[in-house]
Design a binder for this molecule. Structure first.
Ligand code: FES
Length: 177
């Protein structure tokens, strides 16, 4: 009768190290997985990123929409690309920077007054981007426009500085022959 508990104790003591070693292995395994993940994340974070050269970044070429979408003598703001698309009375297009050429404030378009009015020091520009009120020293920068299959695309990669508006800066849709 006394031998039974001893056997059970022996069995228990035999089973204990196996269970303990199983959990030890499990914890070591989980620790290694966590360590591997940490190393992978740290490596991805520290690896230098290849930045695209300004000329390569085609994300900055914005499709503004079809020609018919824009009525003559109108200005449409584009948040992506940060520009205004002005359609002049004669049907031509100009993509204007929304940055004031005085000290760089963002210009709102005043629909009723048909002008860009700078909230900072009072400069104003007409629909072509020409200065109508100082202190702005020159016309608004423009971006190149291409029109293919009646779709207008604006390349915002490099603004073009100009002193004043000239008709050669306007892009016209192709007329039907
Ligand atoms: S920043 Fe526009 S007038 Fe000064």
């Amino acid at each position: 009768m006394e031998t039974m508990p001893t056997k059970t104790k022996e069995k228990k003591s035999e089973a204990e190290p196996t269970r303990r070693s199983f959990f030890n292995i499990l914890w070591i395994g989980l620790g290694l997985v966590a360590l591997a993940e940490f190393i992978a994340v740290a490596f991805a974070f520290l690896r230098p990123r290849k930045s695209k050269a300004p000329g390569e970044n085609t994300d900055l070429i914005i499709t503004a929409g079809a020609v018919e979408r824009f009525t003559p003598n109108s200005v449409t703001a584009f948040v992506r690309g940060k520009f205004y698309l002005a359609r002049l009375e004669d049907g031509g297009f100009l993509a204007l920077s929304r940055t004031c050429t005085h000290l760089g404030c963002t210009l709102p378009w005043m629909e009723k007054e048909m002008k860009f009015a700078c909230p900072c020091h009072g400069s104003a520009f007409d629909i072509t981007g020409n200065v109508i009120d100082a202190p702005a020293p020159r016309a608004l920068d423009i971006y190149p426009i291409t029109i293919e299959n009646k779709m207008i695309k604006v390349d915002t990669r490099k603004p073009i500085k100009r002193s004043a508006f000239r008709v050669e800066q306007v892009t016209y849709p192709k007329k039907k022959v």
